[in-house]
Design a protein around this ligand. Structure first.
Ligand code: ACO
Length: 326
């Protein structure tokens, strides 16, 4: 069956950096606690930029590395839970800013699994030959929905965008498999609802303002994360006809170094076979995997022919994984 392969990648992290020392001045926390419990040292945060601003730079860089222009693209997918606005979608805003019109453009809302969901959709459409070249962007400005009085969540989150251009593959190179799933019964563990139809703006009371920020039950999510990321990776490997031993590298969703370490142990990989940038980026939700993928390729840590595993979980709860021959 026809499949997509990676033709180019790009990423962008906002300039401003928020360190653990900066957070010590905002909430009751310490560099020691954050480093030990999460692995995060600093994160990039937007000042005035929107999600489509970040997505645009990542997309332009990916197009340049694919030696394509926006007119070559016939599908734009933006994976985000922090769109510029409810509608138009961030993908449509991005399409306009890329100055192209002849393509389909949609947002995918699957939180931290959003990039893998986007890859799954794009690859499936390439397989049907409905779509030729697709660009999938994971882009988030999570710090715009972060409650900086809640030390349980604010230390984890950062902003950024990563993009991947897919083109049809005529060889064994490309997306060997993707797997996506969801467990809506655990949706309450990670949510943001204030100001939307569950609690419209006119029903927000003076003490409800925190509902416009992200809420998370970190401990419960931690347990699901490890279980879902490892089982999703197994399912994707099975679909690809590959084994754990075949993996040259895994890029896991960057949420917590302890989660990443458990995934590494499950996959029986050496530390250098698991790409980690969480210490510099924090959790950027849908952007973590495409940003890490771009960095790993540019740093020469991934080379042609390598078998890469990607795996993620996120609000929804959603989960997914993929196997890619670079
Ligand atoms: N600084 C200092 N102490 C803290 C902080 C902090 N920033 N945050 C929590 N604590 C305290 C807690 O209050 C608690 O104190 P207590 O024992 O007196 O009650 C203690 O530290 C331990 O808290 P735990 O919740 O048990 O800490 P845990 O080891 O579980 O780590 C964490 C918490 C980091 C949130 C972890 O559970 C985690 O990473 N979970 C996954 C979160 C995640 O990845 N979510 C995805 C969200 S993003 C998305 O989908 C868009």
């Amino acid at each position: 069956m026809l499949k997509g392969k990676i033709a180019g990648t790009g990423s962008y992290l906002p300039e401003k950096i928020l360190t653990n020392a900066d957070l010590e001045k905002i909430v009751d926390t310490s560099d020691e606690w954050i480093t030990e419990r999460t692995g995060i040292k600093e994160r990039h945060v937007v000042e005035n930029e929107t999600t489509s601003d970040l997505a645009l730079i990542a997309a332009e860089r990916a197009l340049e590395s694919a030696k394509m222009t926006s007119d070559d693209i016939d599908l734009i997918i933006v994976a985000t839970i922090t769109p510029d606005m409810n509608f138009p979608s961030t993908a449509c805003l991005l399409q306009d800013r890329l100055q192209t019109q002849n393509c389909m453009a949609l947002d995918v809302s699957a939180a931290c699994s959003g990039f893998i969901y986007g890859l799954h959709i794009a690859n499936s459409l390439i397989a049907t030959e409905e779509v030729h070249n697709a660009i999938i962007i994971g882009a988030e400005t999570l710090t715009t929905i972060t409650d900086y009085t809640d030390r349980n969540t604010c230390v984890l989150l950062g902003d950024g965008a990563g993009a991947v251009v897919l083109t049809p593959s005529k060889t064994d190179q490309g997306i060997l498999s993707t797997f996506c799933g969801a467990d809506g019964s655990k949706g309450e563990l990670l949510k943001r609802h204030g100001g939307l139809s569950r609690q419209p703006i006119y029903k927000l009371g003076p003490y409800d303002f925190h509902n416009v920020f992200m809420y998370m039950d970190g401990k419960a999510i931690f347990k699901s994360a490890v279980q879902r990321m490892t089982s999703s990776l197994s399912k994707a490997l099975e679909k690809a006809g590959k084994k754990l031993d075949d993996l040259d590298m895994v890029i896991p969703h960057q949420a917590n170094i302890r989660i990443i370490e458990m995934v590494r142990e499950f996959a029986k990989l050496r530390p250098d076979q698991v790409y980690v940038n969480l210490d510099r980026t924090g959790n950027t939700s849908a952007a973590t995997i495409p940003v890490a993928l771009d960095e790993a390729l540019k740093q020469g840590k991934l080379k042609k022919g390598d078998i890469l595993g990607i795996t993620a979980f996120g609000g929804g709860l959603t989960y997914g994984a993929g196997v890619i021959k670079i």
